[in-house]
Design a protein around this ligand. Structure first.
Ligand SMILES: Nc1ncnc2c1ncn2[C@@H]1O[C@H](COP(=O)(O)OP(=O)(O)O)[C@@H](O)[C@H]1O
Ligand SMILES: [Mg+2]
Length: 254
């Protein structure tokens, strides 16, 4: 079977960081309350890194993920994705970036319940105007990649939580994104299926994927090559990029 091109660990052609943030701030202003969710984030993530973003509830992790994935825009600061400034992109360009460059995985899976696993995975390919033949090839390939070749016709309600998250990961991989972004991907899973999902992320990383996972789960963060801790909207710890193949466990004191 033809597999997506193996990444060289150096990113995506231009050799620069996949993500580069400088002085990023985010203020939520509802009129009544003003929340400074991010207070100056400087962060560069290179191709082939597996980064765990950790921190207490309310520290700004999801806000940061939304900015990385271009689901929201910062209040201040600069953000380049794949060497391109995100600032100034119009709605159409932003949605193209989201569809092609970033694969999203959420805590609650975000699958459409009425359609099959196959159709859920095929959706981004439909939006991405991929030909019918290529859609079929890629959908089957990514579903096999996550071990669900025999569950393609099942609807989400006919799958376990761990299987639903696998479908979501397959969907995130379908467009062969430069970066896989996951927000608490094991948060709704029992420890066994959570462990399976972690192992899958680690596998994908070892094959050269760039992965950013937000997690409370210490077992998941230990698999990452780098751990970035956020508190009150600021980075309070960063184990830094590790040499390829190394992981954060080796970098952290026990
Ligand atoms: N859409 C929003 N409007 C107003 N405040 C928000 C919004 N989203 C998040 N916040 C606030 O911003 C802070 C950071 O939230 P969040 O990024 O969700 O943290 P985490 O994911 O680490 O739990 C919290 O104080 C939260 O209440
Ligand atoms: Mg969150």
């Amino acid at each position: 079977m033809h597999v997506f091109r193996k990444r060289n660990g150096k990113g995506n052609g231009n050799g620069g960081p996949v993500i580069r943030m400088e002085g990023i701030t985010k203020v939520y202003d509802t009129g009544k309350v003003r929340v400074e969710a991010l207070r100056g984030i400087d962060l560069a993530i290179g191709g082939g890194e597996f980064v765990a973003i950790v921190g207490p509830s309310g520290s700004g992790k999801s806000t940061l993920m939304n900015l990385i994935g271009c689901l929201d825009t910062p209040t201040g600061g600069d953000y380049d994705l794949l060497g391109e400034p995100v600032k100034g992109l119009d709605r159409n360009r932003l949605s193209a970036v989201r569809n092609r460059r970033v694969g999203f995985v959420f805590q609650n899976f975000n699958l459409l319940p009425q359609i099959s696993a196959y159709e859920n995975v095929e959706l981004p390919l439909l939006f991405g105007s991929v030909s019918a033949k290529e859609r079929k090839r890629r959908t089957e390939e990514v579903l096999a990649r996550v071990g669900l070749e025999d569950r393609m016709e099942h609807k989400p309600t006919e799958l376990s939580g761990g299987q639903m998250q696998r479908v979501a990961i397959a969907r995130a991989l379908a467009m062969d994104p430069a970066i896989l972004l996951a927000d608490e991907p094991t948060g709704n899973l029992d420890s066994t299926s959570g462990g399976d999902i972690m192992a899958l992320f680690e596998d994908l990383w070892r094959q050269g994927r760039t992965i950013v996972v937000i997690t409370h789960d210490a077992a998941l963060s230990r698999r990452a090559s780098r751990v970035v801790e956020i508190r009150d909207g600021r980075i309070t710890r960063d184990t830094g990029a590790r040499p390829e193949g190394g992981n954060a466990r080796e970098a952290l004191p026990e």
